[in-house]
Design a binder for this molecule. Sequence first.
Ligand SMILES: Cc1cc2nc3c(=O)[nH]c(=O)nc-3n(C[C@H](O)[C@H](O)[C@H](O)COP(=O)(O)OP(=O)(O)OC[C@H]3O[C@@H](n4cnc5c(N)ncnc54)[C@H](O)[C@@H]3O)c2cc1C
Length: 329
Amino acid sequence: MSNILVYAETRGAELRKVALEAVTAARKLADAAGGGEVHALLCGPAGIAARAEQLGTYGADVAIVVENAGFERFAREAVAATLAERAKSGGFRAVVLGFSAQGRDLGPRVAAKLDAPIASDVTSIEAAGDALVVKHPGFANKVVVTLQVTGSPVVISTRPAAFTPAENPKSIRTETAQAAADPSAEKVTVKELQEGGKGKLDLGEAPVIVSGGRGLKSAENFKLVEDLAAAFGNAAVGATRAVTDDGWRPHSEQIGQTGRQVSPQLYIAVGISGAIQHLAGMRTSKTIVAINKDKEAPIFKVADYGIVGDVLEVVPALTEAVRQAKAGH
Ligand SMILES: Cc1cc2nc3c(=O)[nH]c(=O)nc-3n(C[C@H](O)[C@H](O)[C@H](O)COP(=O)(O)OP(=O)(O)OC[C@H]3O[C@@H](n4cnc5c(N)ncnc54)[C@H](O)[C@@H]3O)c2cc1C
């Protein structure tokens, strides 16, 4: 029986969804390994302690709260030092964090500080005696690599959306702590944050993604994709690189090998051929629907449902059907 340490990722005064996913993954692992505790490190500006309750709802036993104005923005060196320091305090079998932009940066830093093995971007974690067995999609998601990781602690980062946050309420104990390094003395500082589309769902967090490709013919026709996303109400808009390179959509919406990697519940590919570089970013989606006029398009090989037809006709009809379904008709 041993404990798991989680990095509860924040942005400003809010918890990120990957934090709840990491807590869920850690809870499952702790229970499967004999019932250890889940300790979550929560770094943020004054007031972040109020988020501890939510971590308890998803299965954390202890919240280690570090309030510091320097954590208003991501402070990689101070967070890594604080996480490693806590991990060194002993008794932790694993350090779990999300494979988000922050997690990609933090994971190797923490592993280096602990001289610990790291498994990144994993989609499952199981205990197997003294080892942990994890799965990691590799080679642009064409293979799933099974890794056996030994050592204590090990550092593991979880692929966003691979673990669905599951409530498992605990009466969380809160402990306040100091940062192990001063966040205002970072060598790399975040000067500015540009939010791509305020109020819009983040691609990594949206349960539904409607994504468009060159088959839409013009930037103006992307309105059809936006309308379909709006009809769902919980959808984000994505795009292929062909589209973002042509300036039809911002690069922040690009999905694929050189863009965002996503695993929503539902991915709707509109006028997308299914090039390997695009599939690398979305083939782990739970359900894939493809609309393409070419029945031989490679996207149909990974699709669960395919519609062969002109997007300019199919998408408005689909949008209307979703609106009707949402309205309960
Ligand atoms: C190093 C490298 C990295 C890359 N990284 C990425 C990446 O991260 N993400 C990415 O997406 N791509 C990436 N690419 C580009 C990738 O190879 C493809 O060129 C790109 O994904 C194609 O985009 P598309 O599907 O929109 O366009 P196309 O391949 O041109 O496909 C358009 C599709 O629309 C269909 N169509 C046309 N008209 C209609 C219509 N009226 N109704 C219905 N269907 C229609 C066509 O049948 C076709 O299948 C990368 C390439 C390289 C070399």
